[in-house]
Design a protein around this ligand. Structure first.
Ligand SMILES: Cc1cc2nc3c(=O)[nH]c(=O)nc-3n(C[C@H](O)[C@H](O)[C@H](O)COP(=O)(O)OP(=O)(O)OC[C@H]3O[C@@H](n4cnc5c(N)ncnc54)[C@H](O)[C@@H]3O)c2cc1C
Length: 444
């Protein structure tokens, strides 16, 4: 795969302009950042200086203090990194649609990171439409660019996997580094740091978790994962009694780390090949499938517009089935169900900022079982995940929740409430895992 396959030219303009602008919007890192490298390449070729801009929009959809704090810690780390690289770096507070035009007036070219979710695509399109400038989008946060992997919404892992496997040999080697230097570089201080501090105080407060944002924190976590957990990843990742997950989803969500870097570093470790295969299946196949889902789905908030026919029909048939328990959003949010394992998962979400991968499925399935309607189950799951999960508001979250309703899955034996969609039970948990250990581990 050639790295130019990651680049889409959105708009051509004959305007002269005085600099190349990279609006960093999804990949907040300097390493393995194809957008940054492409921006450097254009700056070298057009003999223009490069500016990198981050816009902190405090009205960002569904973001709260937990998300902003993690994000801003990571941004502040970048200030130093860009100073060392002698690249002009700007951090401005305000709505995207107000700040961008201020920078685009004098720009020759805009480069930005590809978006995979409709509302973010819409923000970009509004900016693209109203500004006369050359525009490129670069797909740097996926191992296989979303449009290269597939041109349509895929049915499941079994349909996207072969497409990805065909590219397996090539996908890790398309990264090109450009040695850009701005000979006239002067250290600018165009950072709205005081406004950030002030605004942070007024953001909806949800307490922070034990992870700090930023590229170097992501690197540290990756090293810990590879040194301490990776050898047992295939065997133990799916067992909630243990913590053998990487926890890198927080950093992937904010683009503080590239999935390509994770795979390249994993390949250096001598271990049972099953561990790499498991990592590849999650980080590439499943993650790619999730991004394919949000990229090609217009309304991810409306279940009935995207669920496959079989699951839509079976869920509708059983929607009025009698429920033994029904919980309100407040009861769910406050961990107040009769099920101690579910409560522990919700507690883990609130406390850690994510739920163990196996329990995340159980958490979603039970809300379907305990809700008055499918619509309220879906809305409540998205609400809780986006509010508390530090890796929430992500394609993976929307696809994971949709999976609970049958998306990307297959039909099972028909039963009450769930119809033919997959069911999960408390007894199943107890049979498979040491659930008391899970309760202790998450402190519930
Ligand atoms: C109801 C539900 C909600 C979910 N919400 C989110 C969410 O908000 N954000 C999120 O990133 N993931 C979500 N997932 C998917 C998955 O549970 C998490 O990606 C995973 O637990 C993240 O932890 P980790 O980084 O330690 O994963 P690891 O096990 O270390 O895996 C490494 C990486 O692979 C990817 N990955 C792993 N499992 C999946 C999966 N099932 N689908 C897609 N990619 C995967 C992630 O990028 C992850 O960081 C959800 C799943 C379900 C069923």
């Amino acid at each position: 795969m050639n790295y130019l396959e990651r680049v889409t030219c959105v708009k051509k303009s004959s305007k002269k302009g005085y600099y190349i602008l990279y609006w960093m919007q999804g990949a907040f890192r300097v390493e393995y950042n194809h957008s940054l490298e492409f921006a450097k390449y254009l700056a070298i070729n057009k003999n223009l200086p490069l500016k990198v801009l981050v816009v902190v929009d405090f009205n960002y959809k569904d973001a709260n203090y937990r998300h902003f704090k993690f994000f801003i810690d990571g941004i502040l780390e970048l200030v130093e990194k860009f100073n060392d690289l002698k690249i002009s770096f700007h951090v401005k507070v305000g709505p995207f649609t107000e700040i961008l035009p201020q920078y685009l007036n004098d720009a020759n070219t805009l480069i930005t990171d590809k978006a995979y979710i409709k509302w973010l695509k819409d923000v970009r399109n509004k900016i693209y439409k109203n500004n006369d400038v050359n525009i490129y989008e670069v797909d740097t946060n996926l191992v296989v660019p979303v449009q290269v992997a597939s041109s349509k919404c895929e049915y499941g892992a079994y349909t996207i996997r072969p497409k990805i496997n065909k590219l397996k040999e090539k996908i890790l080697n398309d990264f090109v580094f450009f040695d850009y230097r701005d000979n006239n570089f002067v250290l600018e201080n165009d950072l709205d740091s005081l406004i950030i501090d002030e605004k942070l105080k007024s953001v909806h407060y949800i307490k922070t978790v034990d992870f700090k944002g930023g590229e170097s924190e992501a690197d540290k976590l990756l090293r810990d994962f590879l040194n301490e957990k990776y050898d047992n990843f295939a065997e133990k990742r799916g067992d909630p009694a243990f913590d053998f997950e990487s926890n890198l989803s927080f950093y992937l969500h904010f683009g503080f780390i590239s999935p390509i870097k994770i795979l390249k570093e994993a390949l250096k470790i001598e271990t049972n090949p099953e561990n790499y295969e498991t990592l590849f299946e999650q980080l590439v196949v499943r993650r790619e499938l999730a991004h394919n889902f949000t990229y090609y789905t217009d309304d991810i908030h409306n279940l009935y517009t995207f669920l496959p026919e079989w699951s839509k029909n079976t869920l509708k048939t059983h929607e009025k089935d009698k429920r033994e328990y029904i919980y309100t959003l407040n009861e769910l949010e406050g961990c107040k169900t009769h099920d101690k394992f579910w409560n522990a998962a919700q507690y883990e979400l609130i406390n850690k900022g994510k739920i163990h991968n196996y329990m995340r499925m159980y958490w979603g399935k039970k809300v379907i079982e305990w809700s008055e309607s499918l619509k309220s189950a879906y809305e409540n799951l998205i609400f809780l995940n986006d509010k508390y999960a530090l890796d929430g508001r992500d394609s993976n979250g929307y696809a994971g929740i949709a999976w609970c309703f049958g998306m990307h899955d297959r039909a099972f034996k028909e039963r009450e409430i769930f119809g033919k969609i997959r069911y999960m039970s408390e007894n199943g948990l107890k049979r498979k895992f040491d659930m008391n250990r899970y309760l202790m581990r998450v402190g519930a």
